[in-house]
Design a protein around this ligand. Sequence first.
Ligand SMILES: *Cc1c(COP(=O)(O)O)cnc(C)c1O
Length: 395
Amino acid sequence: MRAQHHSFSDPHDQHVLLTPGPTPIHPAGQRALMRSMLGHMDPEVFELNREIQADLRTMYGTEPEAFTALLGGSGSLGMETGFANLVEAGDTVLVCANGSFGRRMAEMAARYGATVRLVTAPLGEAIQPDAVAAHLSGVRMVALVHGETSTGVLNPVEEIAEVVRDSGALFSVDAVATAGMRPFGMAGMGVDYAYTGSQKCLSAPPGLAPIAVSERAFSRFYARRSPCPLWYCDFEGLYAYWVDHTYHHTVPVNLHYAFHAALHAAMDEGLEARHLRSVTMEKVIIDTLGPLGFTHYVPRAQDRLPTVLALRLPDEIDDEAVRAELRRREISIAGGLGPTAGVIWRLGLMGESARPAPYRRLMEELGDIIDRPDLVHRYDEAVGRHFPASESLAG
Ligand SMILES: *Cc1c(COP(=O)(O)O)cnc(C)c1O
């Protein structure tokens, strides 16, 4: 039996976080947290912010001068900021909702006074572009979750962008489960607003929401009949700090340090390489767990989100008991939400968790718990098959 340690200084007892957010912090981000405090108006911080803004343009694939910024809050603040700035009471907003984050968007849009029109799909299935096309008349904004973390579904953002483009509606995309882990062509698709959370695919500490705003979204914002009801994240106020370098509110400078380092490491690695990492890890995990009776929850291969592997459990595995035992051994994975609770596991393949080493710990401990000591050997073989020799188990 493994002893319980809670010392953060012992590198062998680090908690293994394999949930679809938060993710383990990138080592460079972890080190950056140690830097001494500076003021939010100091020139060094504005220079750091400028580099963050440039890397975010690359990450989101924006136009060269597009506005990017960090909000002091989690991914949900990114979501709320879009509705607060781009929707006014009485506007019709089409929300694509095939999971709990899509439903969260509908709730927020309604709180800002929108008339919400829902386009849905059965759980585990993607939103159909034709269904969006059929409901576009009179719509001011379309909101879509690119990767629905609650079910592991990838929605076809390019195809939906195409139908939205001709309608003249604004297009807002929740890229929380995708941006930073695959190329995202905001300008090419005609996306007007996109956001993520620092603790998801970028493996930075939680507490920041990176956003990107198109020129067109800014013009719609400036044509508002009434001020944005959310003062803290009003586009004009954000612009004042991030572009004009005047005081608006105090940004969390030390979170900016860590975010800067993690984002820079991600851009260095490259978005294609990061995407390949999650796709390859998905194959390794399926090869390992498939023989135990785990199957994909999302039936169609093209609807599967590589950063959140949703697996249906075999009958022999008791979801709560096994996850509790894993948690006792300092490994966290996520179960289902609502209707999928007890039915699926959701394995995060975002940022630093999408690597062979942390999942080896899961397979080792899981094999021990369910009395299948062969599990870790099958895992090692799968890693050897799918990863080039250069990506060792230490990676
Ligand atoms: C996690 C998540 C959110 C919410 O982010 P928080 O950082 O928890 O506020 C929104 N959308 C998606 C797709 C997510 O995965």
